[in-house]
Write a protein that binds this ligand. Sequence first.
Ligand SMILES: C=C(OP(=O)(O)O)C(=O)O
Ligand SMILES: [Mg+2]
Length: 416
Amino acid sequence: MTLISSIALRRVLDSRGNATVEADVLTESGGFGRAAAPSGASTGEHEAIELPAGEAIAAAREHAVPRLVGEVYAGNQRAVDAALQAADGTGNFSEIGANSAVAISMAAAKAGADVLGAPLYQHLGGTFRGESFPVPLGNVVGGGEHAKEATHIQEFLAAPVGAPSVSEAVFANAAVHARISELLDDRGIPAAKGDEGAWAPPISDAEAFAVVGEAVDDVASDLGFEIRFGLDMAAAELYDSEADAYVYGDQTRSTAEQVDYVAEMVDEYDLVYVEDPLDENDYEGFAELTERVGGGASAPGASGRGPRADRTLICGDDLFVTNVDRLRDGIDAGAGNAILIKPNQIGTLSDAFDAIELATENGYETVVSHRSGETEDATIAHLAVATDAGFIKTGTVGGERTAKLNELVRIADDAV
Ligand SMILES: C=C(OP(=O)(O)O)C(=O)O
Ligand SMILES: [Mg+2]
């Protein structure tokens, strides 16, 4: 029933105005799925390879489409993704492009769900998936590679860990974003927005900590539930390998000083989450910081969403790049206690699932994530719900971000 009968690929716009790949997958029985690839700016050096959209489309038409059409069932995600891997043949999608691969992989999943008449999260997660919803991490202030002349730290992320529902959590993050605008206004600080819709004010990291901390406290007391915050430091972008130091404008920090700095910020601001606090190849630094503030991984299979009170999540994004081999190295080294999951970093949903499974088995929290360049595609909302991810990082405002957030609200409302 779900035999793939055609695949169409086209160039569409992403949120930065760049071209990206959109895929339509049609099945013999009329099932239809459409998905588009996102794109990073602060990409990890070990990610699967994104090709210029036109090249990726041409290569996928030549190598992947003939292996899928009339050959593979869209409902068999493992077979779809194995065909994509075989068509590429490089192990990192440098032949057909991870952008073509992930668009086809996600579109096939949607076509499979369409034939079944099931919501995508149920097709991916099965009928016995858990009942929980991810806590949305909302980027409210940022800089780094996502906005020039703003903070050195790439993302300050509101985390409404005490919200009674995913809907209230989504609205809490929007309220923190709005409160920050008022606080910046009071201080006479103008703020444009960065690539993900976070405020990008020309302030120091220290001032951003103070503003975000105040906004989070104000909104928490208005709404009556706990809201904390976290960071994506995207430290590979700060790290200068020649100097062996992290460069924050005029100030530099050695690795030891970077670990101290992050540990101090965790203590001072009770941070719930720190992503990429160290360079993307520094397993040892990650392990040292995890030992200091991470409180170890949870017991495998430990239940309970949201943070354990005695630990801060130390999350690998550029470190792990959604790759099971790199995650295995991290588990062996004790590096981090959480992994960011970005399907386009690895190229297929099956590979992303494998990373989630390995993480969960080893007590690592999973955080499903958007990219800074996005489209209206909402697949990651379904992926997060399907896999009982503890968190989802998908921005706060802006149409390509609210596409995912509103989909979470609809899933919770049984309206998909
Ligand atoms: C979402 C992120 O940014 P990008 O997509 O630019 O890698 C990130 O670093 O987590
Ligand atoms: Mg990151």
